[in-house]
Design a protein around this ligand. Structure first.
Ligand code: PGA
Length: 241
């Protein structure tokens, strides 16, 4: 498993359902190698491109965007953590709000996926975050606490799991919480129990070249999960510089 403690910042590109061979060639040809070896740059690409991106790997790492709760068997269309391991990928996003919302993924499913990934030496990036409704009702901490308690397995620890805090209302909207709100939420997660004190916790939701510096300077923020702006190579390069 990749050694998370070697890195101080994580920049995780979530391409979602985007990409093509031409897009990948252009992206990797122009990807800045980053200034610091302390930065962990990871491209989470659609399954079908994992192998191709792996063949073009330079200083970046590779991640998937989901995996099955099953290891093998009659589960048409599924991809197991064990199969992902064969591609020597290091990370896998799970529990993204789009999967929770459109594919009915529950905390329990997310937890099972996390276990499979860790058993196969892949770091799960476990996404949590409140909806606008939760926020407006003042339920953010209750929702985050519930997601953490029920989707992070016992075998998770700061060496094998990353938490991504992604307020749902900030994803793809251009809206972001204030710096103070991000700080408060990260502190809440980190201090929920002593188990989480030393976790790598990244922020996601409308991160761009303009706001990334301020966000990454927040003490408890260990990097970012970037969707839309990870598809624009110039902007992504600015974020990781
Ligand atoms: P966004 O997406 O950067 O486009 O808001 C983030 C994510 O969904 O992980």
């Amino acid at each position: 498993m990749i050694e998370l403690k070697h890195f101080s910042s994580f920049f995780i590109a979530n391409w979602k359902l985007n990409g093509s061979f031409d897009f990948i060639d252009n992206f990797i040809n122009n990807l800045s190698t980053g200034k610091s070896t302390k930065n962990c740059i990871t491209l989470c690409v659609p399954y079908v491109y994992l192998s191709y991106v792996s063949g073009r790997r330079t200083t970046f790492n590779i991640g998937a965007q989901d995996c099955s709760i099953f290891e093998s068997g009659a589960y048409t269309g599924e991809i197991s953590a064990k199969m992902l391991r064969e591609l020597e990928i290091d990370f896998c996003i799970i529990g993204h709000s789009e999967r929770r919302q459109y594919f009915n993924e529950t905390n329990e499913i997310v937890k099972q996926k996390a276990i499979k990934l860790i058993e196969n030496s892949i770091v799960p990036i476990i996404c949590i975050g409140e909806s606008l409704n939760d926020k407006e009702k003042g339920n953010t901490h209750e929702v985050l606490g519930n997601q953490i308690e029920n989707s992070i397995p016992e075998i998770s620890n700061e060496l094998n799991t990353i938490i991504a805090y992604e307020p749902i209302w900030a994803i793809g909207t251009g809206l972001t919480p204030s710096i103070e709100e991000i700080d408060v939420s990260h502190k809440f997660i980190r201090n929920l129990t002593s188990k989480y004190n030393n976790y790598k916790i990244v922020y996601g939701g409308s991160v761009n070249a303009k706001n990334s510096k301020l966000i990454s300077e927040i003490e408890g923020v260990n990097g970012s999960l970037i969707g839309g702006c990870s598809l624009k190579i110039e902007e992504f390069n600015q974020i990781i510089s």
